[in-house]
Design a protein. Sequence first.
Length: 445
Amino acid sequence: MKEIETDAQQNFSDVTPMAPPVCHQLLPPERRCSKRGNVPCAEHGRGIACRRRSSWKSCRQNYGFVCGPSPPACSSRAAGVRCRGESRESTAWILDALKVHGYAMIRLAAEEQQLVSALFRCSRDFFACPSKYKESFKFFPVPGGYLTPYPGTYEVFELRRGLPRCPQELHGQAMAAFALLEKLALRIAAEIGHDIGADLAAMPTEGSPTLRCIHYDRPYESQGTQDGAKACAMRPSIGTTVRIIGLTRTEAALNGLTGPVSAVDSSHAVVSLAAAPEAVLSTRCGRRDVRVPLENLRIIKPRAPGMYPAHTDSSLVTIAPRSSLAGLEAKDLATGEWFNIEDMMSSDECLLFVGDPADYASGHRYRALMHRPAVCSSRDACRASSEGHRISTPFFLYPRPEAALVPSGLPKLLFDDLNGNVNRCRDRFPWKKQTCYYSDLVYSE
């Protein structure tokens, strides 16, 4: 622990920008994060709780983070970096997409999509079973099995190796889909590891990867904030809560922040910055509000149905096949705007992004994507109302508990502590205090 204390006391403001790791320089060209062959993306700008250790709240080392320089904005490169491609292509485009957009959309081959389609059918069959049958697969404190984190709004079956028992509905074809997604996740983790000089693919164990079959049976009973109409289309009144989006240059750090309107005219509104991080406010010469064009504001609905908390994942890599009904929102890394990302996806595509462990291990070169289930916000909302359910099947590649994350210039951090957010270590990552992007973060999962 003394080693960690010493690292944790380091002042991040003294850290110089990292050069590409030597292992990346030695990679053959086809394995580097190259921009060759990139084409513009037509559109650009999840998450259920990972298992917790029963003792995750126990007193541990206090990781002290000191804020350093703000990370560079990605908007200047976003227009020239594609965000979708085929599962059997070289992975170079995926690494570039993750760095710039925060996600990649991967189209599965026909035989791969057959496995994923079977996974959805198996999940639907299991969730249609009587409650008493499903309850028989609750194994707590053994991780995995049937879970009801929010009874009445969604239920989960956590599929992983080493379960005491597995329901017959999820035993065969579901595990074949598990193996497919695991292979893809390990491949991407290995490539990210090559890029940053860390063996990420060696961090998981046989039992740590997890596939969650999630059934949103009554999503309208879960309510949360949702971004609504553009302020230029519906002029906000004083006191209305709005989100700032799409600002550029020195004001880009404000993107994603919400605050009340204190004044408004025909083209602009004055928005309070009271909720902004201190590091952002310190650059504004004492000003605690900002005048923003109405076209850069979104009006917030405080209690919209079908909304779940915004979060980042605890996985190295998350792969989420498009759900049965589009209902996942992501927060754009550059503009700070929430958008329904599954509305952009076809039925044979998977969404791939990284969680906090890869974000931390890479020193924020690969940024964890904030996302939230938003079951009633998509173009499928009418179908959701008539069918009454949504099935999603995200796969999470978790490291083993004792895996050490040792980025250059940052304190050593064990995954077990990050996973449990011991002493709020993951909420205190330097970059989470440098920008308003994380202002919606309710928890990190």
